[in-house]
Ligand binder design. Structure first.
Ligand code: ZN
Length: 197
C-alpha cells in the first residue's frame, strides 16, 4: 500500500529532524576536529557520510575554547564516544608567524589587544602579548596533530573513556596517514618488514 511507504518516509524524516530531542547521536558517535582548508575533504578522508559525525572546522584544525565547548557538549550530552583530529600538509597555519600577523593587523588599523575576540562576549579580550598564543600558528604538522590529541585527552571537559586519535591528510597525494609515519619513507627499504639480518 502506498500509505505505508509514505508513513515510513515520514517516520524516517521525523527521526532525522528530532534526533537531538530524542537523544539520538550522530551515526558514528563521532566528533571530528579538522582544518577549514578546502583541500581537506573530511568525509572522503574518513570514509564517512552525512549524519555520521559532528564536524568542527577551523583554521588549522586546532583545539580552541570553542572546540572544547563543542566537544564537551557532544561527548557529555549527545552520546559521542570518539574524537578524530584531522590536520594536513601544506597548511596555511605554517606559512607565517603570529608576530607577523599581529603587525600586519596593526598596519590595517586593528590592534589585537583592544578588540574583543568574541563580539557577543566583550569580557573576552587578549592580553597585550597573547595574540600569538591565540592565533596558534605552527611549524610541524605531525607534532601539532599529536599535540591536539593530547590537549583533548587532558581536558577535564571531555570524559576519559572517549577514544581520541589524530591523522594527517596529505594534500599532495590525497591520502591519510598517522602523524610521523609516511609510507613513502619506508617503501623499498627493509624498515617496512623489519631487518632480515
Ligand atoms: Zn590547514
Amino acid at each position: 500500500m502506498l500509505y505505508q511507504q509514505i508513513d515510513m518516509e515520514l517516520a524516517e524524516r521525523e527521526a532525522w529532524a528530532w534526533r537531538r530531542q530524542k537523544g539520538i547521536c550522530c551515526n558514528r558517535r563521532l566528533f571530528v576536529l579538522a582544518c577549514m582548508d578546502e583541500r581537506l575533504p573530511v568525509e572522503q578522508a574518513l570514509g564517512i557520510r552525512l549524519g555520521d559525525a559532528h564536524i568542527f572546522r577551523n583554521a588549522g584544525g586546532l583545539v580552541t575554547d570553542d572546540v572544547i565547548r563543542s566537544a564537551m557538549l557532544t561527548t557529555q550530552f549527545f552520546g559521542t564516544r570518539e574524537i578524530i583530529v584531522l590536520n594536513h600538509t601544506e597548511c596555511g597555519m605554517m606559512t607565517t608567524t603570529g608576530e607577523y600577523l599581529a603587525n600586519a593587523l596593526k598596519e590595517k588599523g586593528l590592534d589585537p589587544a583592544n578588540v574583543p575576540i568574541d563580539p557577543d562576549l566583550p569580557e573576552l579580550k587578549l592580553e597585550k602579548e597573547a595574540f600569538g598564543k591565540w592565533i596558534k600558528m605552527f611549524t610541524d604538522v605531525d607534532e601539532t596533530c599529536e599535540k591536539q590529541v593530547e590537549l583533548l585527552r587532558n581536558s577535564p571537559w571531555i570524559p576519559n573513556d572517549v577514544a581520541i586519535h589524530g591523522y594527517v591528510w596529505e594534500v599532495e597525494n590525497m591520502r591519510l596517514r598517522r602523524p610521523h609515519i609516511r609510507l613513502s619513507d619506508r617503501v623499498n627499504t627493509a624498515k617496512s618488514m623489519g631487518a632480515m639480518g
